[in-house]
Write a protein that binds this ligand. Structure first.
Ligand SMILES: [Zn+2]
Length: 274
């Protein structure tokens, strides 16, 4: 079975501050080591559960946070910027399971380093009326290709938010929220053990897991400024429904996700203006 693994970074045990997950400083280097161990734990669990082929899509910041030669299980690696399907690049209908590793809580949630894609732009995202984070938005792509999302790892909030949208998803909670920049993390070795166990169970039962279902799969965004909303509305499939409100509903779930990614990319410069 082919397994797709999308990895973020803010949900890693021991990572609580931006310095640990952005840039090239010594703290970021240490953060990337912790992330690599968690990604490898998920790969090893997936392989133990029956994965024959693992594709890792690096979805965080520069999207090249991992040393390709140190990925476990002979996993292939999708890395680098300007990927059309962003956090879901590489997924298609040939996969049997999708894993989300080191995910974090949505913007507005009581969760460490909480945000939803761009913290300067998005102040809330809702999928069919329910507040969602990145896992829910990314699950649109899994739904399109009919691939079950079977595992989420990260902080408690990321796991709870994902389970609310995808009942039955396996989860590995590796840290508890204290504040947006503080957490109580499991020891990294124990976090990795938990991730490995859950990944194994998740992949073992993936054949019986349904893909995510969204009906109708409308994505609504509240954004920080009217300028962001204006620029986002230039994207096909994005309707402006209020001064700072957007509604995205493509012909397919994939179309919705593509319009969302285009809006995020297009509004980056505008969103930086304070
Ligand atoms: Zn993220």
């Amino acid at each position: 079975m082919k397994v797709f693994l999308s990895t973020d970074m803010e949900g890693t045990a021991g990572v609580v501050a931006w310095e640990q997950c952005v840039g090239d400083g010594p703290q970021a280097e240490a953060g990337r080591r912790l992330l690599l161990a968690e990604v490898n734990a998920a790969i090893e669990g997936a392989v133990a559960g029956g994965a024959t082929d693992v594709v890792v899509n690096d979805s965080h910041s520069t999207m090249r946070n991992l040393p390709a030669d140190r990925l476990a299980g002979g996993a292939s690696y999708v890395s680098g910027a300007h990927k059309p399907l962003y956090m879901m690049q590489g997924l298609d209908d040939s996969f049997g399971a999708c894993l989300f590793v080191s995910y974090h809580g949505s913007v507005g949630a009581a969760a460490g380093l909480s945000h939803t894609y761009n913290p300067n732009a998005v102040i809330e995202a809702r999928l069919d009326g329910r507040v969602t984070g990145e896992a829910g938005i990314n699950a649109l792509v899994a739904a399109h290709y009919g691939v079950p999302v079977v595992l989420v790892t990260g902080d408690r909030c990321a796991c709870d938010e994902t389970a609310a949208l995808i009942p039955g998803v396996h989860s590995a909670v590796v840290k508890e929220h204290v504040s947006r920049v503080a957490a109580h993390s499991l020891h990294p070795e124990l976090a990795c053990e938990l991730i490995k166990l859950q990944a194994r169970a998740a992949v073992q039962t993936a054949a019986d897991a349904p893909p995510p279902r969204f009906d109708p799969g409308v994505l609504e965004l509240s954004v920080r400024t009217t300028d962001i909303a204006e620029a986002a509305s230039w994207v096909r499939g994005v309707d402006r429904t209020g001064p700072r409100e957007l509604r995205i509903h493509g012909d397919t779930h994939l179309g919705t996700y593509r319009s969302f990614c285009a809006a995020i990319l297009l509004t980056r410069t505008v969103a930086e203006i304070r």
